[in-house]
Write a protein that binds this ligand. Sequence first.
Ligand code: OGA
Ligand code: MN
Length: 253
Amino acid sequence: MLHLSSRNRNSSTEEKEENQSQKPPLPGLLIKTFVDKGFVPPLKLICFITRYKFICPMELTEELADQFEKNGYFILQNFLPDDLLIAMRSEIEQLQQSKDFRKAGIGKESDFKIDDGQRGDFICWIDQQNPFPASARYIEEINSLIPQLNRSFFLGINNYECHYAVYPPGTFYKRHSDRHKKSSPRVVSMVFYLNENWQPEDGGQLRIYDQDKILAEVLPQAGTLVIFLSETEHEVMPTYRSRMSLTGWMRSE
Ligand code: OGA
Ligand code: MN
């Protein structure tokens, strides 16, 4: 069974106050200046200005924290704007031509093996000190979530790792947990999908389990971010289209 041992209910209010005092009123002012001069910026530009230049941090709202506490996962649709999605997709497509994209395996160090019966994806690790440009903007957003999760759930996260992943048609990742042993440093798993116009018949759903029950079935649709406790069992169903994502883990070590 999933567990989030405790929840600090005061944290989000404090956090909100803290965030608000950090937020400069600039985006609103900037947009108002444009509007006063008779120029209404396109909606996308407004989102870009407010989200990326000034307000930036993603907020773990009470509602999301409640979902995480209750179910051990939460899902955000349209997590990033289209321009960044396009940039990430073109980044992953370019990287696929490079030697950095490798067949993924299972197990660690001497236990490591490639097993197509278990997983069939190809991955490219992202260096956190020197990330590829589009992934860097995604990582910034994710990093803003870490202190919020720590404050709310005492998770002790102090590290993050991630890779791009591509599942060619016909591949899958059998049911597994990202935290094999209690000692594993992976605490929270997150998968961000990059696939335009995904249909249920394309397969490739992420299934999240609670023992014999399917808790959620998520389509790997561009812009969807799913966050779950790493100990939770989950599975990537066989995909019939090339399936691209950025998968990461928040760690305590
Ligand atoms: C993983 C994994 C899920 C997905 O890489 O460990 O479970 O939806 N990925 O890609
Ligand atoms: Mn996994």
